[in-house]
Design a protein around this ligand. Structure first.
Ligand SMILES: [Zn+2]
Length: 318
């Protein structure tokens, strides 16, 4: 019998339930929606979670499509799912947990006696650390971003090779291989010896069908590569960036981009222009280094110094 919160499934069974993580201000129980798919045959355990950032809904879209397609009778191993991690932020469609104004993905591995976010992190990490593989489904929040997978443990970490393999198995095409900030699940997982990746499924307001489709395919690629199913996945060569250049606006006004997401950038290429309300050119910003146009702001209006776009740099393939 495998149990996650109130969900319990024997081999060959599926169950859903709630993982309790405290109470709201009115005393109602906070229960994260969870699912257990316990395969009829032995195998590894995959843990996946979504909406660690409360406005990142593509991962929820992936879980909504993956879970009904997982037949425990055909599965070797177990899949554990927390469908919505950042409960409080999800309720109000915000990025950060409003109870403590914290970004959940800076709170791992958490603290069971800590703040609201630290307690949720601790409760979910307690499940995740017992798995063999961790997928933490994110996206570039509401800004526009390519579909990519992040390896956050750092290139000198003992689990780096395993995390890179998991990223390659997910197979979305682009990998950011750069040590992340403290408190990310994609760092806390490898520290406990569990290969962990942070798929970043595009960026949008609401749901993006194409990013969700790629995320669903990625989860099934992982399940096939790690023998949850009999058929094998073909590993595809991934394009990897090892760092970012971020560009801000040198002037206030309205931004128009000269590059599409995912296109190659050479030094000196124009990335964007800033014009005033009457269409007069105020600034033209060019790339410092070669790379891939990776991410951009969604809204055109900018103040001086405000974030505009990112270029993934130090690009190779593996
Ligand atoms: Zn996120």
């Amino acid at each position: 019998m495998t149990t996650l919160g109130t969900a319990s499934a024997a081999p060959g069974e599926f169950d859903t339930g709630r993982l309790e993580v405290g109470e709201t201000r009115d005393g109602s129980t906070v229960g994260l929606p969870v699912a257990v798919i316990n395969g009829a045959r032995d195998g590894q355990t995959l843990y996946m979670q979504a909406a660690s950032d409360g406005d990142e809904l593509n991962g929820v879209g992936v879980i909504q499509q993956v879970v009904p397609q997982l037949d425990p009778a055909e599965l070797s191993g177990t899949v554990l799912v927390v469908g919505i991690v950042n409960y409080h932020a999800f309720q109000i469609a915000q990025h950060r947990n409003p109870v403590d104004d914290t970004k959940m993905n800076r709170a791992y591995p958490g603290d069971e006696n800590g703040t609201s976010s630290e307690r949720i992190a601790a409760a979910t990490f307690d499940v995740a650390r017992q798995a063999d593989l961790i997928l933490d489904l994110h996206q570039g929040s509401t800004s526009r971003m390519i579909n990519e997978v992040r390896v956050r443990c750092g290139r000198r970490h003992r689990m780096h090779r395993e995390c890179l393999e998991l990223a390659k198995a997910f197979g979305i095409g682009y990998v950011l291989d750069q040590k992340g900030p403290d408190g990310q699940l994609a760092r806390a997982g490898p520290d406990e010896g569990v290969p962990t990746i942070d798929p970043e499924l595009g960026g949008c307001v609401g749901w993006d069908d194409e990013s969700i489709r790629l995320g669903v395919r990625g989860v099934f690629n992982v399940l096939r590569h790690y023998d949850f199913f009999d058929d094998d996945a073909d590993l595809q060569r991934q394009t990897r960036a090892k760092s970012f250049d971020q560009y801000g606006s040198p002037a206030g006004g309205l931004v128009s981009f000269e590059k599409e997401l995912g296109t190659r950038v050479s030094p000196g290429d124009t990335l964007f222009e800033v014009t005033d309300v009457f269409g007069k050119l105020k600034a033209r910003v060019t790339a410092d280094n070669s790379g891939i146009f990776w991410r951009s702001r969604r809204l055109p209006q900018v103040a001086t110094g405000e974030y505009v776009c990112s270029v993934g740099t130090n690009v190779d393939t593996y």
